[in-house]
Every structure is written in structure tokens, then in C-alpha cells.
Design a protein around this ligand. Structure first.
Ligand SMILES: Cc1cc2nc3c(=O)[nH]c(=O)nc-3n(C[C@H](O)[C@H](O)[C@H](O)COP(=O)(O)O)c2cc1C
Length: 205
């Protein structure tokens, strides 16, 4: 069982990383492997809506998005962490997630998703909502914790003093581990839910 963790901060060891490391310790105790990738400092362009990926299942820009696709496909859970910038996630992370989710065609159903935001003061919940949208459209159950998963601090490392934030991360990781293990059992026993062919009406016809 494996969790892919994306650090969407340009700071490799900032407050987002502190939150993700706290989760990693719980996953290790639960016997769950993690791969933590620092993506927030990369030069990742946005989607250009060429829709080539509809034919190929890959992004035309052959960068970290295509490298990550098989790692995402193989994992049981995805944790996405971001610093809060103007009450939103880091644009670099959103560029990556947009292209990754849009270009790949593999079934994401029942991979568990979790979103985490780090902020000095405000915008955690809007960022949390923004990140959860990627999971929700892909049929991924969303792991929740004891609050809207946020941690507070401004300078790198300050979040390690946010006891409630750290506890939220531990609770989230424990709940996520339980969900992933339960889903693995459920898949064995009942299989994945039946999927209908998509109906896409664009609201006009
Ligand atoms: C461009 C920019 C915008 C920011 N906007 C917000 C904000 O809207 N709300 C907030 O509380 N903190 C804001 N911050 C502060 C960061 O969210 C905060 O320092 C966070 O802990 C950074 O996480 P990191 O150490 O993982 O990069 C902003 C920081 C930057 C650089």
C-alpha cells in the first residue's frame, strides 16, 4: 500500500513540508509506504487546452506531469499539500494537478485523496476546498481529519509549533490509512462500483 505525497510549496522544508512529514510518520506506523515529492519549486506550465491528451493519454508537455502519471496510477492514496497564496493554492501546484488529472485516463476511482494547506493566518479553507475538487471529480473518496486540514505558520518551521495543526495532520493520516485499508478489503470482497458510460450534455443539449 502506497501514498504519493506532493509538496506544492516552493520551500522544500517549509510549513507544508512540516504537515506532510507529520502525516508520513503516521503512515510509517501504519505500514504504509510513502513517496514525498517536492513539486512546488518546479517550473510547471499550465494547460493550453490543446486536448491532444484525449488521443494519447499524455500531456503534450513532456515534463514532471508525465513522469508522475505512472506513480499516481500505482498509488492507493494521494496527499496534496500547498501553501496558501492569496487564499488559494500555489499556482504551480494547480498547473500540475490540472494537467495530471486532465491528461491521464486511468481509473482513479477509490484512490483516497487528502488535501492540506499551510497559511500564516487566512485562506486555509478556500485552498482546502480548491484542492479537494480534483479528488471529487475523479471519484476519489476524500479523507478528512478533525478540522479542515490546515496548519499555521509564516516562516519555515513555525508550523511545528502549531500543536493543533500537527494533531490534525496525524488524525487525517490515521483516517486516511483506515480508509485505504478498508477500500482494499472492499475491492476484494465486492469489486469496484459499476461505471456507466458518461453522459455529457454541457447544459445545452
Ligand atoms: C505570495 C504569497 C501569498 C500569501 N498569501 C497568504 C494568504 O492569503 N493567507 C495567509 O495566511 N498566508 C499567506 N501567505 C503566507 C504563507 O501561506 C505562509 O508563509 C505559509 O506557511 C507558507 O508555507 P510554506 O512554508 O510551506 O511555503 C502568502 C505567502 C506568499 C509568498
Amino acid at each position: 500500500m502506497k501514498v504519493l505525497m506532493l509538496n506544492g510549496s516552493p520551500r522544500a522544508e517549509g510549513n507544508t513540508a512540516a504537515a506532510l512529514h507529520e502525516m508520513q510518520r503516521v503512515f510509517a506506523d501504519e505500514g504504509i509506504e510513502t513517496e514525498l515529492l517536492h513539486v512546488g519549486g518546479r517550473d510547471i506550465r499550465g494547460c493550453i487546452a490543446c486536448v491532444k491528451c484525449a488521443e494519447t493519454g499524455r500531456c503534450v508537455f513532456d515534463d514532471i506531469v508525465n513522469e508522475l502519471a505512472p506513480v499516481f496510477e500505482a498509488c492507493d492514496g494521494l496527499v496534496v499539500g500547498s501553501p496558501v497564496y492569496y487564499a488559494s493554492a500555489n499556482a504551480t501546484l494547480i498547473a500540475l494537478l490540472t494537467r495530471l488529472f486532465y491528461s491521464t485516463h486511468f481509473d482513479k476511482t477509490m484512490k483516497v485523496g487528502a488535501a492540506v494547506a499551510a497559511a500564516r493566518r487566512g485562506g486555509v479553507t478556500t485552498t482546502y476546498d480548491e484542492l479537494n475538487k480534483f479528488f471529487a471529480i475523479a471519484g476519489m473518496p476524500i479523507a478528512t481529519g478533525q478540522y479542515w486540514n490546515g496548519i499555521h505558520g509564516r516562516l519555515p518551521g513555525e508550523a511545528k509549533e502549531d500543536a493543533e495543526g500537527l494533531q490534525s495532520m496525524r488524525t487525517l493520516a490515521r483516517n486516511m490509512a483506515f480508509l485505504m485499508k478498508s477500500i482494499a478489503l472492499g475491492k476484494e470482497r465486492y469489486g469496484l462500483p459499476e461505471r456507466e458510460a458518461a453522459v455529457r450534455t454541457n447544459f445545452i443539449r
